[in-house]
Design a protein around this ligand. Structure first.
Ligand code: SAH
Length: 343
């Protein structure tokens, strides 16, 4: 008999499974809690009777990703992990340390289909979606390895989370569940390149997480040249979806804006951007471009970054410059890529 993987079972599915084993439903809750504490061995689940442990060992297992490689930054305490999945694909995740705790930046797909010209994750295209169990494993593996609790999760690694919608929602539910990670919704962030139907669906989910939208340009001409998705969902459509999200969730949206020298970092761009975002409940996060090999794009110099920031601030738009973390280990935004097994 093939053993089933209990990671990736919702609580309801787990209850159903226990019923089939002739066990009471409350056992499901106990097992569920153990799994998301990082336990992979039934014999270590100390509140289960021996007989049940035997039954579980015969019929089920709990998967866990393996750390294939780990890079630790010398400039900050950022750690980049390359995880090996059960099917031998690999994904990257990043652990960042802030004064308020640990943030895990996790991937939602192996590879990425979006084709943004400044990003390493999309080279080689998309391989497959991650399951919610695999996304959860990224967080668990970071906690297990570092012996620290993750207090914030950002789905900002490789992949476009809103193209993996059902798994994303289930993942967020487990992150938020008091039986599992118990992370509040506002400490969960999803970053999207602007999949309009996904944003609308998320608005109606009754799950007011923090939404980050990769805008990167103040008009369609520039955005078309940087992000192919803009041809499908141009800026005004995207902003309409964002307004809907704000109305439904009452949450402020974060707009990410990568600053690329002489492409989207001029005074005129800043002015245009502030006109575009006027009256919107939002925050702008400026990200000086992180270098990606083989791309002929340069990061804006610090003077231009400050000038851009000042124009937005003067127009009354809440703006910050994102602190780069893990640049020396290629763990910064846009630097995560798909690794391949050698041999
Ligand atoms: N697909 C999602 C999430 C992954 S990217 C999205 O597009 O939002 C996470 C963030 O890093 C996005 O804002 C992305 O545009 C940004 N990014 C990509 N490449 C970058 C680079 N070279 N330098 C800085 N930020 C980059």
């Amino acid at each position: 008999m093939n053993k089933i993987n209990l990671k990736g079972y919702t609580l309801t599915q787990m209850e159903e499974f226990l019923k089939q084993l002739g066990e009471p439903a409350y056992r499901a809750k106990q097992i569920f809690k153990w799994i998301y504490k990082g336990q992979t061995q039934f014999e270590n689940m100390t509140d289960l009777p021996k007989k049940l442990i035997k039954k579980l060992e015969n019929s089920a297992y709990i998967s866990m990703v393996n750390i294939y490689k780990k890079y630790e930054s010398d400039i900050d305490e950022t750690v980049k992990y390359i995880f090996l999945l059960e099917d031998r694909n690999m994904v990257e995740s990043v652990k960042m340390k802030y004064s308020f705790g640990i943030t895990a930046c996790i991937s939602s797909q192996v590879g990425c289909p979006m084709g943004c010209v400044f990003c390493a994750s999309t080279e080689g295209g998309i391989v497959r979606n991650l399951s919610w169990g695999e996304m959860t494993d990224e967080v668990l593996a970071i906690e297990n390895d570092s012996n620290e609790k993750v207090s914030r999760v950002v789905v900002m690694g490789s992949g476009e989370p809103l193209l993996n919608y059902e798994e994303l929602i289930q993942f967020l539910k487990v992150m938020n569940s008091p039986l599992a990670f118990n992370i509040s919704l506002r400490r969960l962030t999803v970053s999207t390149c602007g999949i309009v139907p996904g944003i609308i669906r998320l608005s109606e989910e009754g799950m007011p997480i923090t939404l980050a939208v990769s805008l990167h340009a103040p008009n369609d001409d520039i955005r078309n040249s940087l992000m192919p998705i803009n041809k499908q969902y141009p800026i005004l459509q995207l902003l309409d979806a964002c307004k809907y999200y704000i109305i439904k969730t009452k949450r402020r949206i974060t707009f990410e804006y990568v600053l690329i020298s002489n492409i989207n970092d001029t005074e005129q761009c800043a002015q245009e951007l502030s006109n575009l975002l006027e009256d919107l409940l939002c925050h702008v996060n400026l990200i000086p471009l992180n270098p990606v090999e083989g791309k002929n794009l340069n990061r804006s110099d610090p003077v231009r970054v400050r000038r851009f920031e000042k124009i937005l601030l003067d127009e009354g738009i809440s703006t910050t410059v994102r602190r780069e973390m893990g640049g020396d280990i290629k763990a910064a935004c846009g630097q995560l890529r798909r690794s391949l097994l050698m041999g």
